[in-house]
Structure formats: structure tokens, C-alpha cells
Design a protein around this ligand. Sequence first.
Ligand code: APR
Length: 253
Amino acid sequence: MDESAFPSDIIERLRQARRVVALTGAGISAESGVPTFREAQTGLWAQYDPQELATPQAFRRNPKLVWDWYAWRRALVASVSPNPGHYALARIERHVSEFTLITQNVDSLHQKAGSRNVFELHGNISRVKCFEEDIVMDDWTEAESDTVPRCPRCGGYLRPDVVWFGEMLPPDVLRRAISAARAAEVFLTIGTSGIVQPAASLPLEAVENGALVIEINPVQTQLSSWMDFCLRGPSGIVLPALVSTVWPDSTRE
Ligand code: APR
């Protein structure tokens, strides 16, 4: 993609912006080989709907099934690397005085790409906590073949430190994400279907406060009609091209 691919309004507003916010979803990790939530799961897990596994009720019903699904995803995430879309966002952070990266992803790929100011709305799959006490474990070992690890303090099951359907998001993280969205001069929504609340409302907070809002996604989403611009393409292609156009000196990084 070359400079002509981007409207001059996007280029100028990004160059001048002091406060830029990016909201990412599973789509930014797709080019790293991590399946998105709403595309078919592969292999052993193809028969399961993620929304049927990522709930406290599913864990109570069958802790081993849910634990093993997350162990499979943990191994997958540990085996992949950030893609050019993740690295492009880390470059933006170096050019903008106040850049906030709000992610729905639990895969640590933004941090691995060098992003520092990352708000994890839905937790992180590499962290594990006690299901009963809701306390994150400093260290733990993967399960034996037929068990789920238990808390050494209370004997309850351990679970991934991610936000399941029906659970509250970490209140402080959500509060700071809303505040950042309301203050944004430019808001990028990248690789998210815009279906799951409250994350899907963050771009609308930015709209209400006069930000320039830009969607990066190969297809239309529930957020598209609110956007000032929709850049239709994979984030691994669009984001590096956008960063190199807005900050030409950044290509040498
Ligand atoms: N680049 C950009 N976007 C992409 C790419 C890509 N290469 N590939 C796919 N996408 C887009 C899809 O078009 C889709 O709009 O990424 C989006 C992924 O949508 P979902 O699978 O719904 O993932 P997400 O929006 O992150 O889901 C939000 O729902 O299941 C819960 O907690 C889970 O955090 C997740 C939340």
C-alpha cells in the first residue's frame, strides 16, 4: 500500500494528534496464526463453540474440558510471534505523546512486539488464578493428563485469569480505557467484530467526544457505520503502511 491509499485527513490528524487510542481484537493476531473467536475452531476443538467453553458455568460443569481448551490455546499462543500489525502499533507508541493500546486479546502479542501502555480488558491466558479465591497464582504447573491443578491454599480448582462471558471486566482497567477513549483525538479500532460489550462501546465514546475514528478490518462490522474511515484490509498490511506513511522516518526502526 502506498501513501495514496490513505486519505490526507487520516495522515494529517494522526501526525498532529497528541492522544491516540487503539482498540484491538482477535483479528490483529490472526496473521500470527491465532484463530479468531468467530471463525471455526480447528482440530480437536472444532466441535466446541468458544462461547460455550468460556463461562464459569462451563467450568463448573466440566473443569477438565475447559482447562484443557485453555492449555491448548496457551500452547498455541506460546508458539506464535507478533506480526507486522503488532509491531506497527509499538511504532505508533514511539511517535505519539499519549498512546493507549486497549486490547480484548489475551495472548500477550502486543507486549511481545514492544507495546508498553497496554490495557488488557479480558485478562491474559498466561496467568492462572484460584477459581474460589480469585487470586492470581505466582507459580503453578500444567495439569496431569486427567486432572485440573488445584490451589495449594484452599484446594479449589485453578482457572485461567481471563474474563469469561457473564463476568465483570477488571473495573480499574475498564475505567481507564473509557477515560482514554473519551480523551482520544484519533481512535483506531482494529481486528474486532464489535460484538462484545463493553469493549464495543469504546469507539462510540470516542465518536461522542469528537475523535477521528478509523476501522481496520478486511470486512464490515457492527462498528463500521460509526467510523469516519474504514480501511478494508488485513491489519498486518494496513498498519505498517499507515505508520510508514504518517511517520516516514519510522520505517528505519
Ligand atoms: N486483520 C484485521 N482484522 C481481521 C483479520 C486481519 N488479518 N482477520 C480477521 N479479522 C477480523 C474479522 O473480520 C472480525 O471482524 O477480526 C475480527 C475478529 O472478530 P471476533 O472473532 O469476534 O473477535 P473479537 O472481536 O476480538 O471478539 C471480542 O469476544 O469471544 C469474546 O472475549 C472474546 O475478546 C473476545 C471478544
